[in-house]
Design a protein around this ligand. Structure first.
Ligand SMILES: [Mg+2]
Length: 346
């Protein structure tokens, strides 16, 4: 029974009672088209296995959360999202998409090689099952610190960042812009929480989306430039892959405090802290820690399982309320927020 209801809410979406709740955007009709790229698995909830649909571990629990968040209204809701491989696609034109760190090309290409060497050394340690967390956290601080040091030493300019983004293989998932627009219209804040580089994420948004959103804040490593646009240093405490949970709210700065090209005041951290219903988007189970700084009442977590589906699905299904497979577009999340914030609601 509840699965049928969930299907009608999240997956089918074309029945009259739900259609009237949808926002008046043309993209909605596209949300239900099938892509033919779905993972065909017996536990897949979708009745039409050719559609991009969510895998849901506990549909009763999810329905309760949807009801609670919808009843509390959009004023209580915030979205916390990881950036790389969550908002962006895992694959672009058949190749692995680049990350906000990975796409950056320095003035001295020798330093690109040095950063790659650090990646090859530290990345296996990051995922080692035998290194204790405390030790691993120190290693990650070391990796990020050395990488940032190489960026300063080998030279980065703001113009170089623009060119790197222009040359990069990075793309947002289809539906991300519509998701941000929907949330912006309802004054629902979005925290993009990333261990990457804030200045690059902003430039990706400028070049790929061609606009900025007043409700979006980027919590990530931020560069300091001199008057000639040369990288001098990094601001604040380093955010790496294992401390994304500690500074989500307190390190948040406005999206465009430097360029000032977003109208209106930035969202205050205090306002975000009073929004106790959370929609969390991530592509790693560790991303669930992004909401740890918040004493939330209800949290719906959406996981994007981009690769190695067969081995990882069980863990993702247990960890996240909903799991999208195989680099799915963002349309399912657009549909979800339209149900959390129905037209005519608060
Ligand atoms: Mg990610």
């Amino acid at each position: 029974m509840s699965i049928n209801r969930l299907q009608s809410i999240l997956l089918l979406g074309t029945t009259t009672p739900h259609r009237r709740l949808l926002p008046p955007h043309s993209y909605i009709s596209r949300a239900w088209f099938c892509s033919g790229r779905s993972f065909r698995n017996p536990i897949h909830m979708e009745t039409d296995a050719s559609c991009d649909a969510a895998v849901v571990g506990d549909s009763d629990l999810l329905l309760k959360k949807i009801d609670a968040i919808r009843d509390a209204g959009p004023a209580k809701l915030q979205v916390i999202a990881d950036f790389d491989a969550t908002l962006t696609r895992y694959r672009v034109n058949g190749c692995r998409g680049q990350s906000s760190h990975g796409l950056l090309q320095q003035e001295n290409p020798e330093y690109d090689r040095k950063r790659q060497e650090l990646y090859e050394h530290y990345h296996p340690l990051e995922f080692s099952p035998t290194i204790p967390l405390e030790e691993k956290t120190k290693l990650m601080e070391e990796w990020w610190g050395r990488t940032h040091g190489l960026l300063v030493e080998g030279g980065v300019t703001y113009d170089g960042i623009k060119q790197s983004v222009a040359d990069s293989t990075i793309a947002f998932r289809e539906g991300v812009v519509e998701l941000f627009e929907f949330l912006e219209e309802r004054d629902i804040p979005v925290l993009i929480f990333s261990a990457g580089l804030a200045d690059i994420i902003e430039e990706v948004m400028r070049q790929k989306v061609h606009r900025l959103f007043k409700n979006v804040k980027i919590v990530s490593n931020r560069m300091e430039f001199d008057d000639n646009g040369r990288l001098l240093s990094f601001r604040g405490k380093t955010i790496h892959s294992l401390n994304k949970n500690e500074h989500a709210l307190d390190m948040a700065g406005p999206l465009h405090d430097r360029l000032g090209d977003v109208d209106g005041p930035p969202y205050e951290n205090a306002s975000v802290k009073t929004r106790l219903n959370v929609l969390l988007l991530g592509d790693h189970i560790g991303d669930l820690g992004m909401s740890d700084g918040l004493n939330y009442e209800n949290r719906i977590s959406v996981g994007f399982l981009n690769d190695n589906v067969e081995n990882s699905l069980d863990g993702y299904r247990k960890a996240f309320d909903m799991v999208y497979l195989n680099d799915a577009p963002m349309w399912g999340v657009v549909k979800l927020v339209s149900q959390l914030c129905p037209v005519g609601g608060d």
